[in-house]
Design a protein around this ligand. Structure first.
Ligand SMILES: NC(=O)c1ccc[n+]([C@@H]2O[C@H](COP(=O)([O-])OP(=O)(O)OC[C@H]3O[C@@H](n4cnc5c(N)ncnc54)[C@H](O)[C@@H]3O)[C@@H](O)[C@H]2O)c1
Length: 325
């Protein structure tokens, strides 16, 4: 693994451009492949430039967007990936498209090049079966905005050597992330499994008439402010583990275990609702309101990043010793 050479990113949509900005920010050289030419023409470079300009304005880097953009080579040609030690796929969450993209990447890079997928929920062991050299394949699951979030999950499939997973974890730490290594693949990985358990319960509460959408949102927003400070297990330690133990006995049997997609989201999605992206979601948005939500979320992400790092620094000298057997 020679991590001094280029990193490839294939697929320059919302996530691919966010990842490119995150890595350019750290001075990494990137080959950004957009096989769909419309991405390349305008939207992808503009989106990355905008992200880097925001990082500069917010003090995350002293380099101007122009200097950082020079780290990125844009192309539509998979052959340009030959110079990479690592190639990250971030195309539509569609198995057939991903399979086709993996085949093209593998055709153009040497057998020791690591290939990763940014899939949100496809099992890495299942995707691995579509590779000539399955051991080279890992999940690398980012969050938006990738340049402010400390989140990065590295996922080993059944055939991925754990030592390479550990090396990727180390490299992700050097990129300024607080990564998670998923040693044993599972659908949804760590964060999405936890978040989707929350989404399911949120739908249950609304569909059963216990609360409105807005009430659930208000409760979550204010009841989980600590999440930028520490994780679930630390939070139970901080607030009295025994109380959680007692509540679990009564509450777990009553939580939703529904396996079908909730009607509330099914109806909206089937009517083509896509949230702020077209103004139709769980709430309604005019174009101006949608824009304001997007821009405000971006500023919030920068502030959260600063706040989270500040308190992590204050606790950095306390060793983290888990009692897990
Ligand atoms: N959006 C998120 O918050 C988020 C978070 C984590 C992971 N992901 C995952 O990241 C991946 C990309 O998601 P996104 O949100 O960037 O989606 P997106 O729709 O913004 O971008 C997908 C990109 O794939 C490209 N594409 C489509 N067909 C292609 C093909 N045949 N060859 C090459 N490129 C092709 C499209 O042009 C587009 O640029 C998905 O697997 C998604 O599940 C998304």
């Amino acid at each position: 693994m020679n991590n001094n050479t280029n990193i490839g990113i294939v697929g320059l949509g919302l996530m691919g451009t966010s990842i490119a900005a995150a890595l350019a920010l750290k001075g990494q050289k990137i080959i950004a492949v957009a096989p769909i030419v419309s991405d390349l023409d305008k939207s992808a470079p503009n989106r990355i430039r905008h992200a880097l300009a925001e990082c500069f304005r917010e003090g995350l880097t002293l380099e101007t967007p122009e200097v950082l953009m020079a780290n990125i080579t844009f192309t539509s040609d998979y052959a340009d990936l030959q110079s990479c030690w690592l190639v990250m796929e971030s195309v539509f969450e569609d198995l057939n498209i991903k399979k086709e993209v993996f085949k093209k990447i593998e055709h153009h890079v040497a057998d020791d090049v690591i290939i990763t997928s940014n899939t949100s929920a496809m099992p890495i062991s299942m995707l691995q079966d579509h590779f000539k050299v399955p051991e080279r394949f890992f999940g690398m699951h980012w969050a938006v905005p990738a340049y402010t979030s400390g989140f990065l999950e590295i996922i080993c499939g059944e055939k991925s050597p754990i030592e390479i997973g550990e090396q990727l974890h180390e490299i992700a730490t050097q990129w300024g992330k607080e990564p998670t290594l998923v040693r044993k693949d599972i659908r949804g990985f760590i964060a999405n499994r936890i978040m989707y358990a929350m989404y399911r319960e949120a739908f249950h509460l609304v569909e059963q008439g216990h609360a409105t959408i807005a009430d659930v949102d208000h409760a979550c927003r204010n009841g989980s402010q600590w999440m930028g400070f520490c994780g679930l297990f630390r939070y139970m330690d901080l607030t009295g583990l025994k109380a959680y133990h007692a509540v679990m006995m009564d509450l777990f049997p009553e939580l939703s275990n529904q396996t079908s997609v909730p009607k509330l989201i099914d109806d909206i999605a089937k009517a083509d609702g896509n949230g702020v992206f077209n103004g139709k979601g769980f709430y309604e948005y005019t174009p101006e309101e949608a824009k304001k939500w997007g821009e405000t979320f971006e500023r919030f992400a920068f502030d959260m990043n600063r706040l989270s790092a500040k308190y992590a620094d204050e606790l950095a000298d306390i060793p983290s010793k888990s009692t897990q057997l």
